[in-house]
Design a protein around this ligand. Structure first.
Ligand code: ADP
Length: 304
């Protein structure tokens, strides 16, 4: 149902009392590896809910990550493993006060190409929803969007200041968080619904067909080019015990894809409401992929 054209990145996280200064070697007190990368995270979020998913990407570290994706029932037949490039990694240092330093080397993710889109035509023909992000080469991402006839969700993350208009126009839905919306539209940080509305209008003017902006604890808003007056706010679930918000946006997007693929007859605000429920579960649990729920762990999907 859901095809993800995107990145797989392994996180190496060292925890220390404080962040090291330049040139300093510091003892840390804990180390963890984690499976990340926006593409793979979104794919796992959709797979956990029960979507049949396939992932397209390049990887070398590779075998461990492929095993992980297989264990989540993701079709990895078209993930290429290459010998001459390192796997995408994120080297993360977290201090006791929660500050972090992150260096990302996307490595093999950079090798994803337009040829890969052509070779995986069978996946593009079969899927109902395609998800892309900005952690893989933009020309290949554009090719993927153009090759697809179903609903495509473009998550413009990490955001860039001069997002190519072709990409914005080629996706059915542009989905981004408030920080990414501010960078993409060149505006101040968005913290109110009014500011979100202005950013959405700007993104529609830039050529987006439909826009969803996620707003953390405020939920999400959406607007459609076809009905310019529509500006709909779907509030988040109220969560009093937030544990870890990492990956909330990826949970939201994976879930959105799952609900759109499985319940195409329902209106979008219901898909978004259900994605809010899934993302709320993820902020109440630690980790990134580890925090994504199965369908029966999410309450109140009653509208479905
Ligand atoms: P990102 O993870 O990309 O920063 P957001 O912070 O916008 O994305 O969060 C994505 C979604 O996760 C929101 O639309 C909302 O559904 C959910 N969410 C995030 N933070 C909270 C929170 N504190 N309470 C409830 N839901 C939340």
């Amino acid at each position: 149902d859901v095809l993800v054209f995107g990145s797989a990145i392994v996180d190496f996280v060292a925890y220390a009392n404080r962040l090291p200064k330049a040139g300093e070697t510091l003892h840390g007190h804990k180390f963890m590896t984690g499976f990340g990368g926006k593409g793979a995270n979104q794919c796992v979020a959709a797979a956990r809910l029960g979507a049949s998913t396939a992932m397209l990407g390049d990887d070398t570290w590779g075998n461990n990550y492929l095993e992980q994706l297989r264990s989540e029932n993701v079709n990895v037949d078209f993930i290429k493993q290459c010998k001459n490039e390192t796997t995408g990694i994120a080297q993360i240092c977290v201090s006791d006060s929660g500050e972090n330093h992150i260096v990302i080397v996307v490595g093999a993710n950079n090798l994803l190409s337009r040829d890969d889109v052509i070779q995986a035509k069978v996946l593009f023909d079969r899927a109902k929803v395609l998800i892309c992000q900005f952690e893989t080469p933009l020309d290949a991402t554009l090719e993927a969007l153009r090759a697809f006839n179903g609903i495509s969700i473009l998550n413009t993350a990490p955001a860039v200041e001069d997002t190519p208009v072709d990409l914005i126009k080629s996706a059915t839905i542009l989905c981004l968080n408030e920080t990414e919306a501010a960078i993409t539209t060149g505006s101040e940080q968005i913290s109110t619904l009014t500011q979100a509305k202005v950013a959405m209008e700007h993104l529609l003017e830039m050529g987006a067909n439909n826009v969803i902006i996620t707003l953390g604890a405020m939920g999400a808003v959406y607007a459609r080019r076809e009905e310019p007056e529509t500006f709909i706010h779907v509030p988040a679930v109220k969560v009093n015990d937030v544990v870890d918000t990492t990956g909330a946006g990826d949970a939201f997007i994976g879930a959105l894809a799952y609900f759109m693929a499985h319940y195409p007859e329902f209106p979008w605000h219901q898909h978004i409401g259900a994605a809010n429920q899934v993302a709320a579960y993820s902020v109440r649990h630690p980790g990134t992929q580890a925090s994504f729920p199965k369908l029966d762990q999410v309450n109140k999907l009653t509208e479905f």
